[in-house]
Design a protein around this ligand. Structure first.
Ligand code: PMP
Length: 389
C-alpha cells in the first residue's frame, strides 16, 4: 500500500494537462531550439513560446510581461530580490526588514547580507502566527531599503497582512518583496491592486514542475537589481542562462490551470480541511497552531496531546506522508522556529505536524488519513504501556 500523500506544501504532482504541454516541447518535433537564437526560425518559434508564457503569467498576476523574470524557483527568486536590491541600492541605505517566520531562503540570504555589513530587523509574529503591520511600521528607518514578508507561512498556513504592509511601504517609500511560494496559483494575486514591488513564486507548489519559478519585478526599468550571476544577458540581464522552454511553459500552464480552477479548488480544500479537523477532533485531543480564520485552507498544523511529532511520523511511515515542523540539524532535532516564535513551547511544539491538501484529494482520503493517525496513536499508546510494565 502506498502512503497517502498529504504533503503538498512541500511539493505537488505535475497536473496531467501541464505535463502534456511540457512533453510536447521536449522532443524533436517540439519548439526545442534556444529561445535566444533569434537568427533562425526554430529559435524564433521557441522565443514565441516563451513570450506567450510570459504574457499568460503576467495576465494572471496583473503585471507586465517584461516584469516576469524566470528563475529556478522561489529560493532563487527570493535571493535575487533581497541581494539584488541590497547590492544595487547600498549607497542609499543598508537596512532590511523581514520576519523571523520567513522561509530559510529569505532568512539565510538576510544572514549572508548581515555578514556583508547590512542590518536586518527581524519581526516576530503574534501568537496567532502573523506579523502585525504596526510592527512593520515601527521597524522602518530612513535607511530602510526593503521589507520582505511572506504571503502565506509554509508551516502554519497563516496569511500575512500583505495589503496593509504594502500600503505602509508605499507611504514610507521602501520596496516590498513578497514570497508568495505558498500562495501563488492558490489565491488571486492582483499586482494592479496591491502595490508589491517584487514577488517570488515556484511552479511545483501548484502542480507545475520543480526547478522553475519567477521573480516579478514591478517597474523593472526604475527598480535596480544586481543579478546573482553573470552570463549571456538573458532575462533582461537579471538571470543569465539558456531559457528552459518546457519548464517555463509548465509554470505558465500550471498557473493558468490553477486560476481557472481556483474557486472550485478553494472550496474543495476548504471542505477537506474542515472535515479533517472535525473528524480528528472527534477522536483525539488536538490543538491547532495558527489562527484558523486567517490560515490557508491548503495547510493545517496541529499537535495531539502526549504525542511527539517525529514518533508519530515514523509510526505512520507506510500509511501517510506528512511533515513535521522540526528540522534535523547536525543530528539533533530542532523544533520549528516558526511555532516557537509564536510562543508555542513544550508538548505542542514538539508534537506539531503539518498536513497539506490539494485539489486531487478526496473526502474519503481525508477520512482515511484521520483513521490512520488514530490507529498510529493507539499503537504508540500501547507501546508506551507495554514499555512501562
Ligand atoms: N518560500 C516558501 C514559503 C516555501 O514554502 C518554499 C518551498 N518550501 C520556498 C520559498 C522555496 O521554494 P523552492 O524550493 O521551490 O525554491
Amino acid at each position: 500500500m502506498k502512503p497517502l500523500y498529504f504533503d503538498t506544501a512541500a511539493t505537488t504532482a505535475v497536473a496531467p494537462e501541464v505535463l502534456a504541454r511540457m512533453v510536447e516541447l521536449l522532443g524533436g518535433e517540439g519548439a526545442y531550439a534556444n529561445p535566444s537564437s533569434a537568427a533562425h526560425l526554430p529559435g524564433q518559434a521557441a522565443a514565441a513560446v516563451v513570450a506567450l508564457a510570459r504574457v499568460e503569467i503576467a495576465a494572471e498576476l496583473g503585471c507586465e510581461a517584461d516584469e516576469v523574470v524566470f528563475t529556478s524557483g522561489a529560493t532563487e527568486a527570493n535571493n535575487l530580490a533581497l541581494r539584488g536590491v541590497a547590492l544595487a541600492h547600498a549607497a542609499q541605505g543598508r537596512h532590511l526588514v523581514t520576519s523571523v517566520i520567513e522561509h530559510k531562503s529569505v532568512l539565510a540570504c538576510c544572514a549572508a547580507l548581515q555578514r556583508e555589513g547590512y542590518e536586518v530587523t527581524y519581526l516576530s509574529p503574534n501568537s496567532a502566527g502573523w506579523v502585525e503591520p504596526d510592527a512593520v511600521a515601527r521597524a522602518l528607518r530612513p535607511d530602510t531599503l526593503l521589507v520582505s514578508l511572506q504571503y502565506t507561512n509554509n508551516e502554519t498556513g497563516v496569511m500575512q497582512p500583505i495589503a496593509e504592509v504594502a500600503d505602509l511601504a508605499v507611504q514610507a517609500g521602501v520596496l516590498l518583496h513578497v514570497d508568495a511560494a505558498q500562495a501563488a496559483g492558490k489565491f488571486p494575486i492582483d499586482l494592479q491592486k496591491i502595490p508589491i514591488d517584487l514577488l517570488s513564486l515556484s511552479a511545483h507548489k501548484f502542480h507545475g514542475p520543480k526547478g522553475v519559478g519567477c521573480l516579478v519585478v514591478r517597474n523593472r526599468r526604475q527598480l535596480r537589481l544586481q543579478p546573482l550571476m553573470h552570463g549571456g544577458g538573458q532575462e533582461f540581464g537579471l538571470r543569465p542562462g539558456t531559457l528552459a522552454t518546457h519548464q517555463i511553459v509548465g509554470l505558465s500552464a500550471a498557473l493558468s490551470l490553477a486560476a481557472a480552477r481556483r474557486a472550485a479548488d478553494l472550496a474543495h480544500v476548504g471542505e477537506l480541511k474542515r472535515r479533517f479537523l472535525q473528524q480528528l477532533g472527534e477522536c483525539l485531543p488536538t490543538q491547532v497552531h495558527g489562527e484558523l480564520a486567517r490560515s490557508s485552507p491548503y495547510i493545517v498544523n496541529f499537535s495531539i496531546a502526549g504525542i511527539i511529532s517525529d514518533a508519530l511520523i515514523n509510526q505512520l511511515r507506510s500509511d501517510l506522508a506528512i511533515a513535521s515542523s522540526s528540522a534535523c540539524s547536525s543530528g539533533a532535532v530542532e523544533p520549528s522556529y516558526v511555532l516557537r516564535a509564536m510562543g508555542i513551547e513544550g508538548e505542542p511544539l514538539y508534537g506539531a505536524v503539518r498536513l497539506s491538501f490539494s485539489r486531487d484529494h478526496s473526502l474519503a482520503e481525508v477520512s482515511a488519513a484521520v483513521e490512520r493517525i488514530g490507529a498510529a496513536v493507539s499503537r504508540m499508546k500501547e507501546l508506551e504501556i507495554s514499555e512501562d510494565k
